[in-house]
Design a protein around this ligand. Structure first.
Ligand code: APR
Length: 251
């Protein structure tokens, strides 16, 4: 891995999941202890059907998540990734995460395949919506807080979270770019994902088919252990800085 990164890597693709933000205190989806989905069915919270059925519950849950992100800080994994971006000829960062911790750690180009908490829009006319600056107090308490979503200035439609919900298409351009990058890269780092949600979980197989080396960082076995050439069992915030230091010892 170290030689790969310092040696002849021309194009590194990094794919991150919720695990890369875990050490920033952001709950992952399926981890037993922190799982966001505990007590809820994903379809209830992360789908248009669920939102239309109970807008205040779903909006309140996303606001609770957004406020947790507002109060969180990037962790050493996010910073190591932004440092790698400066060191390598080409790095494509693809994330399933809807937080902005990669950006706040200095990554300049981040492809959010599952959308962003910071880009809400009108459910009816798609007009984007800008959050007021203040953090909503009742959204910081717990994830059961119900908050009526704001209304669109243009058509008075409901404002929905800017994330990709179950059953929705991924952003077409971002997805095409992600596929192209995986078909072009010579090294792929997969960090903190259970590798169970398609089509993103198919990306490592594109890189593998191209002959790229695949390295996974995850404390436990994921759905991608079989396709990875190296499975580094550890926390991203610990393993990545070590990898970086080994690859670039004098920086
Ligand atoms: N470092 C690295 N990996 C970690 C860490 C850590 N500190 N902590 C947890 N993990 C791993 C877990 O072992 C797990 O494999 O991160 C992974 C998180 O998996 P999920 O909770 O399933 O999150 P993710 O893979 O990002 O989910 C993909 O599913 O629900 C949808 O849209 C949602 O984007 C999400 C998608």
């Amino acid at each position: 891995m170290k030689n790969s990164v310092t040696g002849n890597t021309q194009h590194l693709v990094i794919l991150t999941g919720a695990g890369v933000s875990a050490e920033s205190g952001i709950a992952t989806f399926r981890d037993a202890l922190t799982g966001l989905w505990e007590n809820y069915d994903a379809e209830t919270l992360a789908s248009e059907f669920g939102f239309r059925a109970d807008p205040a519950l779903v909006w309140g849950w996303y606001e609770w998540r957004r406020n947790r992100v507002l109060r969180a800080q990037p962790n050493p994994a996010h910073y190591a990734i932004s440092q790698l971006e400066k060191k390598l000829p080409k790095l494509t960062l693809i994330t399933q995460n809807v937080d902005d911790l990669h950006e706040r750690a200095g990554s300049l180009k981040v492809s959010h395949l599952h959308g962003s908490l910071n880009k809400p829009r009108c459910l009816t006319c798609d007009e984007s919506y800008a959050f007021p600056d203040e953090v909503l107090p009742n959204a910081t308490s717990d994830r059961e807080s119900r908050i009526d979503p704001p209304r669109c200035d243009l058509c008075d439609g409901l404002i929905r979270p800017g994330v990709v919900w179950f059953g929705e298409q991924l952003p077409a351009n971002a997805w095409k770019s992600a596929e192209d990058a995986c078909r072009d890269c010579d090294l792929m780092l997969v960090i903190g994902t259970s590798g169970v949600v398609r089509p993103v979980a198919d990306l490592p197989y594109l890189a593998d088919k191209k002959g790229a080396s695949l390295v996974q960082i995850n404390p436990i076995i994921s759905g991608l252990n079989g396709v990875a050439n190296f499975n580094l069992a550890g926390k991203a915030g610990e393993v990545l800085p070590e990898l970086y230091a080994a690859a670039f010892p004098n920086t």
